[in-house]
Design a protein around this ligand. Structure first.
Ligand SMILES: [Zn+2]
Length: 418
């Protein structure tokens, strides 16, 4: 019986693998201009409902993402955006998370509707297209469409305004952005006089990242860019200590009333600041000594420059924002309530409810890698399992990323470098 079961699961998982590799990627030049389009959206609602509203569009600098992998085959994220031709052909897609979605799981969201601004860049279509957003159902884990608009890319109201002239520079360059992971560090809370410090901080973070597997093996796959976005004042807002600073992307601690949760709530502002810079992944470097940070998949990573464990926090948050990794910890310090529905498999590659463990690291256990099933993860002590006792996605003192996280990061690097 065991043997039959094993053969059956093998068939199912290989069908899934086949489905992923069978995605026919569209030809970039047929459908897209060399530059990119930023679509600004407002997500509004509360714990029980949400709506999306169009907030504007802008033409930006050249597209720096892959020109081969245009359809997202990972299917990570609470949301997915898709670009379709008017006759229904999918020509671009990307999964993502938002700060709004995290907020919807807080107690406050049960009583107080709120709106969050956010922005998404896509290759600039040549012809009319449909822009769609899908939401993942908490009950089934499947995506359902919640927003669809038709866009004429020649519309004169698509902004061509250049929002700033901040200097874009590179601290590591290995070649054409189309075939590299382009990581952009955005200066936040650095005054004009502190730009040398920003460069040194970004360099220190990048150097640390490349001491860790799997990044060590893939240094040649990265370009690292820095955006010298100037703030009027140094530091960041710390509301629970009555500290407020005038800074370029308006970051703050005390997000969702959690002391150490440092974010920039206005994602549109972050995206506008980066209008002239190439990037696949945004990282906001906040000039501050207080411990904190956050990382949201295909949204941004963000953390303090000079706090204790500043570099480990950076690679942890970048693990969320770049590779879609979940948190492997489960203490009571977070504001979320029942973050995961344990009746379905979470999409994050490094945690499992065992509902569909075949889609996770079961193959690595069978091939003898030093991974297992350890209960506790994803902010929950029961029902969610992680691959190893300790990993960089669990603590800042772990020696590095576990084999499951390393494989997930490598797969993401591979996606951007084709
Ligand atoms: Zn891990």
């Amino acid at each position: 019986m065991r043997r039959v079961f094993a053969i059956l699961t093998l068939v199912v998982s290989s069908v899934c693998a086949l489905a992923q590799s069978q995605v026919v990627q569209p030809d970039y030049d047929t459908y897209f201009h060399p530059y990119r389009l930023r679509v600004d959206l407002t997500f509004a609602g509360d714990a029980s409902y949400q709506n999306i509203f169009l907030d504007g569009m802008a033409r930006e600098c050249d597209w720096s993402g892959s020109k081969v992998n245009l359809i997202d085959t990972f299917r990570y994220g609470e949301y997915r955006l898709e670009v379709h031709t008017p006759d229904g052909k999918e020509i671009y897609s990307r999964g993502f998370n938002t700060l709004f979605q995290e907020w919807r799981t807080t107690a406050e969201a049960r009583t107080t509707p709120q709106a969050f601004a956010s922005s998404y860049v896509i290759p600039y279509p040549k012809d009319k297209f449909l822009f769609k957003v899908f939401e993942r159902s908490r009950e089934t884990g499947l995506y359902g469409e919640i927003f669809s608009i038709e866009v004429d890319p020649s519309d004169k109201l698509i902004s061509r305004e250049v929002p700033n002239d901040f200097k874009v520079d590179k601290i590591l360059y290995n070649g054409d952005p189309a075939n590299k992971v382009d990581l952009l560090f955005i200066a936040e809370g650095y005054t004009a006089q502190e730009m040398d410090k920003f460069r040194a901080d970004a360099q220190r973070f990048a150097d640390y990242m490349f001491t860790m597997d799997p990044y060590t093996r893939h240094k040649g796959d990265f370009n690292i860019w820095i955006l010298e976005s100037v703030s009027e004042e140094s530091g960041t807002d710390i509301p629970h200590k009555d500290i407020w600073k005038r800074t370029v992307v308006s970051s703050n601690f005390y997000t969702f009333r959690s002391d150490r949760y440092l974010t920039a709530q206005n994602h549109k502002l972050v995206s506008q600041v980066a209008s002239n810079a190439p990037y696949d992944a945004l990282y906001v470097l906040v000039n501050n000594k207080e411990y904190g940070g956050g990382g949201i998949y295909n949204f941004y990573g963000l953390s303090a420059s000079d706090c204790i464990y500043a570099e480990p926090v950076f690679v942890h948050e970048f693990g969320h924002s770049f590779a879609g990794l979940g948190d492997e910890y489960y203490d009571s310090s977070t504001s979320y309530e029942d973050f995961y529905n344990i009746k379905i498999e979470p999409w994050e590659p490094n945690i499992t409810t065992q509902v569909d463990f075949d889609s996770k690291w079961k193959d690595m256990m069978e091939s003898g890698a030093e991974v297992g099933l350890y209960e506790g993860g994803g902010y929950m002590a029961k029902g969610i399992f992680r691959p190893v006792p300790d990993c960089r996605m669990k603590t800042n003192t772990a020696p590095g990323f576990c084999p499951v996280c390393q494989r997930a990061i490598e797969r993401m690097i591979g996606y951007y470098t084709r």
